[in-house]
Design a protein around this ligand. Sequence first.
Ligand code: HEC
Ligand code: HEC
Length: 348
Amino acid sequence: MKKTVFILFLILLGMAGCIPEHGPTYQATPYDLSQPSYFPTKNNIPADNPMTEEGVALGRKLFYDSRLSGRDGTDGIRSCSSCHHQENSFEYGAPTNTHHAMLPLINLAWNRTGLGWNGSVATLEDMVLAAVTSPVEINADTNQVVKYLQKTDDYPELFEKAFGNREITFVNVEKAIAQFVRSLVSADSKFDRYLLGEEDLTEDEMAGYELFCTEEGADCFHCHGGGGLALMTTNLFYNNGLDDEFNDPEDRAAVTGSHWDRGAYKAPTLRNIAVSAPYMHDGRFTTLDEVINFYSEGVKDSENINPLMHHVMDGGVQLTDLEKAQLKAFLNTLTDETFLNNPEYSRP
Ligand code: HEC
Ligand code: HEC
């Protein structure tokens, strides 16, 4: 009698799918995305790709693995890290062979408006696919990448630990790299420590902060002050008056189809801005002084300029030399040495 009850119990369990079929069950450890109190509470971590320790570690290895590149899987010359250098805030000192300059990989777990200068790539997972297959980026074939990874000694086990499956799929490659990129959090600049009440700004830095945040001052905060100054960008798209003629087929208008978005691009984060030259979508400025001079007296009027460029009629915000130096001193407080040297982000 007892035995029948037990067998019945086993059958019921089996029907409910509770008996593990074989092998060890897959149990990845949830990843704790450190999130300072003043960061936006909403992030963009998709429900079908929760971050795990194992997923982030795998993504990091893939991010730095140059054996991914080449259409026959053997070129071995390019990885994400060939262009995205940690010491430059995951940008690169020089313009790349794509016609657009680079964007930093910082705090993208909070970006909810699309990726790239024009926002055409919806998610980080999609960006991995785009970067791996683009002829001017990694230039690989997704099937070849999967075949190569499957043949290695170490990857099948790492995929099993992260996703519960030794059979590698490109979807899981996308998920892992996206998890690693979401783990790249910058929140320990001098300015962060100031916000937390841990460190004071100098008089000049304080004056620059004031200029940054006031309309009569340098008037920067509307576009670069998103997330309560935590992200240093709204992640939105604006025409900031660099030009008065627009012929780039990949500006924001390429995404929206609207004539009014000609010459509009994402306002990049200003975190680590001192180490991520060149500046603007086409890398036209090589120093922060040039950028500040542009906003001060080089702004060009056009019917497309964003209304938040309040001082366009004066050609810019018209800063004195002292104010320019103060604004630059403030921008320099956004450099986050902890991020730039974080051993968890470096080549594994
Ligand atoms: C050949 C250089 C190169 C390689 C290799 C490369 N990237 Fe990029 N990446 C760029 C450039 C240039 C941009 C700016 C693109 C644009 O919007 O036109 C960019 C933009 C991005 C962005 C958007 C950031 C933002 O704020 O919108 C992400 C994310 C990204 N890359 C991730 C990756 C990943 C992951 C890999 C590896 C799978 C990779 N990249 C490989 C050059 C490269
Ligand atoms: C109307 C919105 C707006 C305002 C106001 C604004 N910016 Fe920008 N900023 C942008 C946009 C958009 C870009 C990218 C433009 C491009 O590449 O064509 C940009 C780019 C930059 C860059 C280069 C970023 C990079 O990674 O290449 C810096 C630095 C910068 N702005 C600093 C400032 C400062 C300092 C102020 C105040 C004096 C300011 N911005 C005011 C929208 C704005």
